[in-house]
Design a protein around this ligand. Structure first.
Ligand code: ADP
Ligand code: MG
Length: 263
């Protein structure tokens, strides 16, 4: 099923994220590391993209630059129609709070706040009105309707990550960025989290960008973008677990080839 054609969404097909020749290095001189090397990609609204590549290939840097959490050295990032480059930190923070949701591997919940309080925190931080009914509905959708007054340490890892997803979705963001969201979860919990991310894209038209090194997780996405040595080295539509695993195993060859042709 292709959600961009079956969904009656006026936003469908609209560009949601564009990176144009984005480069980013860390350090200087002989110790400099090129984390991203002229990365160009664009993503229509409502799509679910997985980013894969070896450890150190630049996946998290790509996510951080795309989300405006980090500033590229060169190139342009446009999120939901707005340029992220050349804006003040304050403007970026405001933009992120309204339009972007984040999910991290380690949940990043506040231990002294309840499930409900953690969920509505982004609304409080941006001084938006807290719609209690809506927040409770989202918690019910992620399967935590009966856990709203629990504290994070009373929950399993999978439940904590579902709180993190509710928190990411509570502002109704246009984009959701997730960095290894299933990295700390068992298979069953991982599947719940992946279904929720897929639904965010397919049912709610949100654009989802997920970094993962798990071919099973990647198979939930509409397509996979492969990264090696900071460069995009391939893209796979309608990924299957086997095809993704196969491609990952041969990523080294692709890199060698890219270096030979100087791409
Ligand atoms: N804050 C940083 N300071 C120095 N080097 C960094 C920093 N963040 C990332 N790097 C380096 O940039 C490269 C890409 O890192 P990263 O984007 O975290 O890769 P991945 O998420 O694919 O493992 C790595 O070589 C890493 O060591
Ligand atoms: Mg990473």
């Amino acid at each position: 099923m292709n959600p961009t054609t079956t969904r009656h969404d006026p936003e469908a097909g609209r560009e949601s994220l564009r990176l144009t020749s984005v480069s980013k290095s860390y350090g200087t001189g002989a110790g400099a590391v090129t984390a991203l090397d002229r990365v160009t990609l664009d993503l229509p609204a409502g799509s679910f993209m997985a980013v894969m590549g070896p450890s150190g290939s630049g996946k998290s840097t790509l996510l951080r630059c795309a989300a405006g959490l980090d500033t590229p050295d060169s190139g342009e990032v446009v999120v939901d129609g707005e340029p992220m480059t050349g804006r003040s930190e304050a403007a970026l923070t405001k933009f992120r709070r309204k339009r972007i949701g984040f999910v991290f591997q380690q949940y990043n919940l506040l231990p002294t706040l309840t499930v409900y309080q953690n969920t509505v925190l982004p609304l409080r931080l941006s001084r938006s009105r807290v719609d209690r009914e809506r927040a409770l509905r989202i918690l019910a959708e992620v399967g935590l309707g009966d856990r709203v007054d629990h504290l994070p340490d009373q929950l399993s890892g999978g439940q904590r990550q579902r709180v993190a997803i509710a928190r990411a979705l509570v502002t109704g963001p246009r984009l959701v960025f997730a960095d290894e969201p299933t990295g700390a979860l068992d298979l069953h919990s991982a599947r719940d989290v992946l279904r929720l991310l897929r639904e965010a894209a397919a049912l709610h038209g949100q654009t989802v960008v997920m970094v993962t090194h798990d071919p099973v997780a990647a198979s939930y996405a509409d397509f996979v973008q492969f990264l090696a040595d900071g460069r995009l080295v391939g893209r796979m539509s309608s990924p299957t677990v086997d095809a993704v695993a196969e491609r990952l195993a041969h990523l080294g060859d692709t890199v060698a080839q890219a270096h030979r042709v100087g791409a």
